[in-house]
Ligand binder design. Structure first.
Ligand code: XMP
Length: 328
């Protein structure tokens, strides 16, 4: 049976566990038929789409799936650990974890241009993934978390989705795309039914270049660590306030300038931390989430006292347009 490449016009939107279950069953047999006794490779970022693809393939072909999780050092706090816990420990996946932090950060050192930073991160990612792929024997398939909007956007010429990774020519695999015909909300329903944790299934969007675009200008390890710690505090406080899953996207940015402050009676010269929390349906236009003053006070208190290098917290009240969501 050939995999379905086009979403049938009459396909019922997957909104319930029963519909998700039906989809999962049909995919399991399709995947088994496509893959047979061969091996499949997957770049598992821990994002919704690749996580659901991994969970589906684990159900269908178990350890014939080889997952590679590349930590580029720009992930959020706790993310690599969660990928390892969920997939290797709980689902018994064959997971290769590559901590390439030094490699990425060394290449990015001193690079200020945003596009150049993105290029380095994307290019290095492919390099690392290709190196791991070459070490493996007998891989015939490459799994990808392509979803239906990716196909629609490619067709409309909006985005060039070369998910197939721009992999070097010596690595040519047949593609396996088990969520290709699904919309994002359907991927989440399927993921929930597959038993993935809520914070993975309902994860807010996170750019491929990760915290790299939230550390504007040349990335330094100390400022990157400040972004990561402040982001972790923001996520904790949003979860405690019941805002996680309600606010579309929220994050911190630590810009590359310093201002004067006071800590323990002594003068400091440290970075500010900018908080951005936005809502949208299409990401073309976004509005700003207005936070309760008590929550803002708590965030200011925690971030300035717990994150080394931060002495000031600012809240970004700018919608899109005129501002974009990310800072670069
Ligand atoms: P902007 O900043 O363009 O962001 O208003 C719109 C949405 O896209 C995400 N974003 C990215 N996602 N790679 C990604 O995978 C990127 O380079 C990138 N830049 C922005 C951003 O987080 C927001 O959700």
């Amino acid at each position: 049976m050939n995999p379905i490449l086009v979403r049938p016009a009459d396909m019922v939107r997957i909104t319930t566990p029963a519909l998700a279950e039906k989809y999962i069953e049909s995919q399991i047999s399709a995947l088994r038929e496509q893959i047979g006794d061969k091996k499949v490779l997957l770049a598992l970022s821990g994002g919704v789409d690749s996580s659901v693809v991994a969970a589906l393939l684990i159900k269908a072909v178990g350890r014939q799936l080889v997952c590679v999780h590349v930590n580029h050092g720009l992930l959020r706090k706790g993310e690599p650990e969660q990928v390892i816990k969920v997939f290797r420990d709980e689902m018994n996946a064959d997971l290769i974890y590559v901590d390439a932090t030094d490699r990425f950060l060394d290449k990015l050192a001193g690079v200020t241009d945003p596009e150049q930073k993105r290029k380095i991160i994307g290019g290095e990612f492919i390099e690392v993934f290709a190196e791991e792929a070459r070490k493996l024997d007998g891989i015939e398939f490459l799994a990808q978390g392509t979803i239906w909007p990716d196909i629609l956007e490619s067709e409309a010429g909006i985005k060039a989705h070369h998910n197939a990774g721009g992999l070097p020519e010596d690595l040519s695999f047949e593609l396996v795309e088990p969520v290709r015909i699904l919309f994002k909300d359907e991927v989440r329903v399927v993921g929930k039914e597959l038993g993935l944790p809520d914070n993975m299934v309902y994860r807010q969007p996170f750019p491929g270049p990760g915290l790299g675009v939230r550390c504007p200008g040349a990335i330094t390890r100390d400022r990157l660590e400040a972004v990561r710690e402040a982001d972790a505090i923001l996520r904790e406080e949003f979860a405690a306030a019941g805002l996680a899953g309600k606010v579309w996207q929220y994050f911190t940015v630590v810009p590359d300038f310093k201002s004067t402050g006071i800590k323990n009676g002594k003068r400091t010269f440290d970075w500010p931390c900018i908080i951005r929390a936005i809502n949208t349906t299409d990401v073309v236009e976004v509005t700003v989430e207005h936070l309760e003053p008590e929550l803002i006070d708590r965030l200011v208190q925690r971030i300035t006292s717990e994150v080394p290098g931060i002495n000031r917290v600012l809240y970004d009240y700018t919608p899109k347009p005129p501002a974009t969501v990310e800072y670069e």
